[in-house]
Design a protein around this ligand. Structure first.
Ligand code: NAD
Length: 475
């Protein structure tokens, strides 16, 4: 069941906290009834989500176009279709993942059996951002349902058409008490965070992540924080510069750079810098089909005039050289793909997450300097390496850290379900996708099962010399 906040009729509807309390109470009652636990129920819900995405694909594409000007193919590939694939994969494995996992026991615990029981946690809260508003709400919801939880889900108010559609449809395809969508902005999120949940899964900015973490601490609620930050790209001297340029341009073109794992800045030596920048310009021109990105149906819009204005601000004050691009029409929510060479390192362009189609390129002396550069900053959500020399690539991965990485590509490490996705340090905590998502929403309860016989007296006091010798020998 969907609960919608109508900003214009605040006096006619219950305040946010009442709506939220109702939604949580309904989800809690559904969980307490025990009906979310059987694997059959879980599979039915996952089937419902897949059916919703398949049958309503056109409406989702329209909503994504209305909210973000997403080209239909991007809406399908990066949101609707990829989410349906991920949920199908979760559905296929849920019966196996939900089973007890037998472990082998050391001699000292025998005879007996040891196993892990993946139990649902209870009621999970999922808070989503606006940039991939289908995927980033439904993937964690699906993982929570697969693990047998009830869920309260809050889509982003900045993607209002998609939020309304999710609120309208989820209840039609799934158990509408066990999966409740609560629409709204900060007041609704704040009211949600006052409630007690059994897990909070938050995707969004690092600043709001801090607020969520603090609220969760009050109830000692476990959290998954999927946050953002600046994701660096290290272009080694051995890299194939044309391929690197094309893939970097693609990573910035996709959703107009509004992707949490979009390349945020590039480190490259002077020997290859200009060739890389020229090749990127050519790639963007080819992607745009020779007609620029303004009014181009293949290039997404910036989410709001305010965000486009923020990007214009980054371009107004960076102290570097604009190699190409630079056009901003905030009122049209358009910012052209732009490369800025060697901006001031303390400018907002190099201290804030860019989250748009602007890419700073920083000249470095060596890859050792690049490593020092990234290691002196917050641990990134993604770090990309371009190198044809395998040893160089391995060295760069070994000498740095990140939530995830691609070698010779960008963004795509989040596609294989077998690769757990998440951040590290300031870019997030916890993992999901595939079985890691199932485990995130489960209590992996350890059980040691013993028979009442035999009952050796070895461990019990009084501790004789013989017992002590044996214990010291075998433990
Ligand atoms: P945001 O943090 O502003 O909002 C995310 C959610 O939190 C929204 O639902 C919003 O309503 C809610 N929210 C906003 N302010 C709040 C507050 N004060 N208290 C409680 N809840 C609040 O993020 P956004 O602008 O929607 O998304 C962009 C950010 O998200 C970027 O930093 C990006 O890197 C990050 N992101 C991360 C991932 C990931 O998987 N790690 C994916 C997408 C986006």
């Amino acid at each position: 069941m969907a609960i919608t906040e109508h900003p214009d009729s605040a006096t006619e509807v219950d305040p946010a906290s009442t709506k939220v309390a109702e939604a949580v109470a309904r989800a809690r009652a559904a969980f307490a009834s025990g009906r979310t636990r059987p694997v059959e129920w879980r599979v039915e819900q996952l089937d419902g989500l897949v059916r919703m995405l398949d049958e309503q694909s056109a409406r989702f594409e329209e909503a994504l176009a209305a909210d973000l000007g997403k080209p239909p193919i991007e809406g399908f590939a990066a949101d609707i279709g990829s989410t349906a694939s991920e949920i199908r994969e979760i559905r296929k494995h849920t019966p196996k993942w939900a089973k007890r996992r037998k472990v082998s026991l050391p001699l000292t615990s025998r005879p007996g059996k040891g196993y892990i029981v993946p139990e649902p946690l209870g009621v999970a809260l999922v808070i989503a951002p606006w940039n991939y508003p289908v995927q980033l709400l439904l993937n964690p919801v699906a993982a929570a349902l697969a693990a047998g939880n009830a869920v309260v889900a809050k889509p982003s108010e900045l993607a209002p058409a998609t939020s309304a559609l999710l609120a309208e449809l989820i209840g039609r395809y799934c158990d509408s008490d066990a999966i409740t969508v609560v629409e709204g902005a900060v007041d609704v999120s704040t009211a949600l965070l006052e409630q007690r949940f059994d897990h909070i899964f938050f995707t969004g900015s690092t600043d709001v992540g801090r607020i969520v973490y603090e609220a969760a601490a009050k109830h000692l609620t476990p959290v998954t924080l999927e946050l953002g930050g600046k994701s660096p790209v290290l272009v080694d001297d051995s890299a194939n510069i044309d391929v690197a340029a094309r893939r970097l341009a693609w990573g910035k073109w996709l959703n107009a750079g509004q992707t949490c794992v979009a390349p945020d800045y590039v480190l490259v030596t002077e020997a290859h810098r200009d060739a890389l920048v020229d090749a990127m310009e050519k790639s963007f021109e080819q992607f745009a089909g020779g007609s620029g990105t303004r009014h181009n149906d293949d290039f997404a819009s910036i989410v709001s005039e305010r965000h486009a204005g923020r990007l214009a601000g980054l371009l107004a004050d960076h102290g570097g050289t604009v190699a190409f691009g630079g056009e901003c029409e905030p009122h049209e929510r358009h910012v052209a793909p732009t490369v800025v060479v060697d901006p001031d390192l303390d400018s907002p362009l190099m201290s804030e997450e860019i989250f748009g189609p602007i890419l700073p390129v920083i000249t470095i002396e060596s890859m050792a300097e690049a490593v020092e550069f990234v290691n002196a900053r917050e641990k990134p959500l993604a770090l990309y390496v371009f190198a044809d020399d395998d040893d160089a690539a391995e060295r760069l991965i070994d000498q740095t850290t990140a939530g995830g990485s691609c070698i010779n590509h960008v963004v795509q490490h989040l596609l294989p379900p077998e690769l757990p996705f998440g951040g590290v340090g300031a870019s997030g905590t916890g993992r999901y996708h595939g079985r890691s998502g199932f485990d995130t929403f489960s209590n992996l309860r350890s059980v040691l099962e013993k028979g009442s016989k035999p009952d050796p007296k070895l461990l019990y006091p009084p501790y004789s010399k013989l017992k002590e010798r044996l214990i010291r020998r075998f433990i």
